[in-house]
Write a protein that binds this ligand. Structure first.
Ligand SMILES: Nc1nc2c(c(=O)[nH]1)N[C@H]1C(S)=C(S)[C@@H](COP(=O)(O)O)O[C@H]1N2
Ligand SMILES: [Mo]
Length: 453
């Protein structure tokens, strides 16, 4: 294992990211993951983690400044020529950050080009997801679409059917707003009590960016949409998956964007270049990528992506449909599963909170599995339908602990414990699990995924 694999930040050691042995990965690929595998996952993970612990002993001792060559001796970068600016015309992260990448979960099978790659939440700061680390969910792979060949058609209950080129669209008045996007299936494995080991895999179908584009309301006005009769929008993607979703205009007319920009540059191809729908607060699947058509209608369209998929199977065998809004949720990202606290003492416990219904109002953190709660500090900016960063001071006394965060949004909605959610929704759902996440800290400082309450 190289230094890059087992990374240390402060007094927290990040486990090697390839936490499963080759045997375990082969087994998972063959047999998949189900609810009986929770124990297995943890064992495989801990076996892999064992190999990292040796290293932690050597990095554990704080370098004493006396005799420390890092401060006493001139380093090579102080005494030689650096690289020319022209060697890197488009910037990339430091090689020492090489383990911070999107990753596919070993327990989820990639079917042809249908795949998902998770954002490494454990390594990010603040609320913005860098473009290269935005999660990816493709129903049929991604494309490099020539923007000159891309068109957006608007039809249905509109006075004028229109076809826009990218140049037409980019002449219109634009806005830039920061919003989170979360796949409805994020944290889905927890329904079945499957303990995926890191926050990257429990919560990493989540990102937050500044999106730029023309407000949907402006575009619809431009086409003379009948918004008295037209309460729904059909959004269609240009990829081979035939992704089509009904959007409830009441939910999004105020803040939806037909977007081309992401964090100050054009969308990345894997995120929908050159055009995607941004529907703040609504589950990721409705953020249709490679957007090619919008139809205004007076009824939901019951497309395959909402009649067959993206339903919540309830305990009585019936399914919830059109459950679009991502309810208030939070998760502690540091410390989180797969990390190890190297010593007793002070920790800055940090995490993310969000709500599809507006702003986050408060986040409470528990260190004893939900018996006692303390209010965390919300860092600014606290924006509507965006990730909000929270921090809280903690002194670890070396005894086992269970860390949880509980978010409350401006509607007064409180993030539920997993038991409450299961009582209402059963265990057969895949989507919309916004339960409180628990991280257990062992005597030796190892952090693992557990379910409590
Ligand atoms: N055209 C199209 N749009 C799509 C998808 C897709 O496969 N094709 N995937 C959807 C799903 S399920 C999610 S969660 C989000 C993911 O967006 P991202 O890949 O930019 O993270 O895009 C949605 N939009
Ligand atoms: Mo999704």
């Amino acid at each position: 294992m190289t230094q890059v694999d087992a990374k240390r930040r402060g007094q927290i050691q990040q486990a090697p990211e390839n936490f499963l042995t080759q045997d375990a990965i082969a087994d998972l690929n063959k047999n998949g993951m189900d609810d009986t595998r929770r124990g297995f996952m943890r064992n495989g993970f801990m076996a892999a983690l064992g190999s990292a612990v040796g290293l932690s002993a050597s990095v554990n001792a704080l370098a004493s400044s006396e005799g420390d060559p890092a401060i006493l001796e001139k380093q090579v970068w102080q005494t030689t020529l650096g690289k020319n600016v022209a060697t890197m015309p488009y910037g990339t992260p430091s090689i020492y950050e090489a383990n911070l990448i999107r990753r596919e979960s070993p327990g989820l099978t990639r079917v042809s080009a249908a795949s998902v790659a998770f954002t490494p939440l454990q390594g990010l700061f603040g609320i913005i997801t860098p473009n290269g680390l935005h999660f990816e969910r493709q129903h049929q792979g991604w494309y490099n679409i020539d923007p000159e060949m891309h068109r957006l058609m608007v039809n249905g209950l509109v006075k004028h059917n229109r076809v826009f080129t990218m140049n037409d669209l980019m002449r219109l008045p634009s806005v830039s707003r920061i919003h989170f996007i979360e796949c409805g299936a994020n944290t889905g494995l927890e329904w079945g009590n499957v303990a995926v080991p890191t926050v990257q895999y429990t919560h990493g179908m989540l990102s937050c960016c500044e999106f730029t584009g023309v407000p949907l309301s402006v575009l619809l006005e431009e086409c003379g949409a009948d918004l008295k009769k037209g309460k729904y929008l059909l959004a269609e993607g240009g990829d081979g998956s035939g992704m089509t979703r009904t959007i409830n205009l009441d939910d999004v007319l105020n803040d939806a964007i037909v977007a081309w920009g992401m964090n100050g540059e054009m969308l990345r191809p894997e995120n929908g270049f050159p055009l995607r729908l941004v529907v703040p607060g609504v589950q990721g699947v409705s953020w249709v990528k490679w957007l090619r058509r919008l139809e205004v209608g007076d009824m939901p369209y019951a497309t395959k992506d909402e009649a067959v998929h993206y339903n919540d199977l309830m305990p009585d065998g019936l399914a919830r449909q059109y459950t679009s809004i991502q309810e208030c949720k939070s998760v502690i990202t540091t410390p989180s599963g797969g990390q190890q606290l190297l010593d007793k003492g002070f920790y800055n416990v940090s995490g993310l909170a969000w709500s599809g219904r507006g702003k986050v109002k408060r986040v409470d953190v528990s260190f004893d599995g939900g018996n006692n709660w303390r209010m965390a500090r919300l860092e600014t900016p606290v924006l509507t339908k965006a990730l909000t960063r929270f921090n809280i001071d903690w002194v670890w006394d070396g005894s086992p602990a269970i860390l949880q965060s509980r978010a409350i949004d401006e509607t007064g909605y409180v993030q539920p414990p997993i038991k409450l959610l299961r009582d209402a929704r059963g265990t057969r759902s895949i989507y919309h699990n916004n339960a409180i996440q628990s991280w257990k800290i062992d005597l030796n400082g190892e952090v693992s995924n557990v379910q409590v309450g």
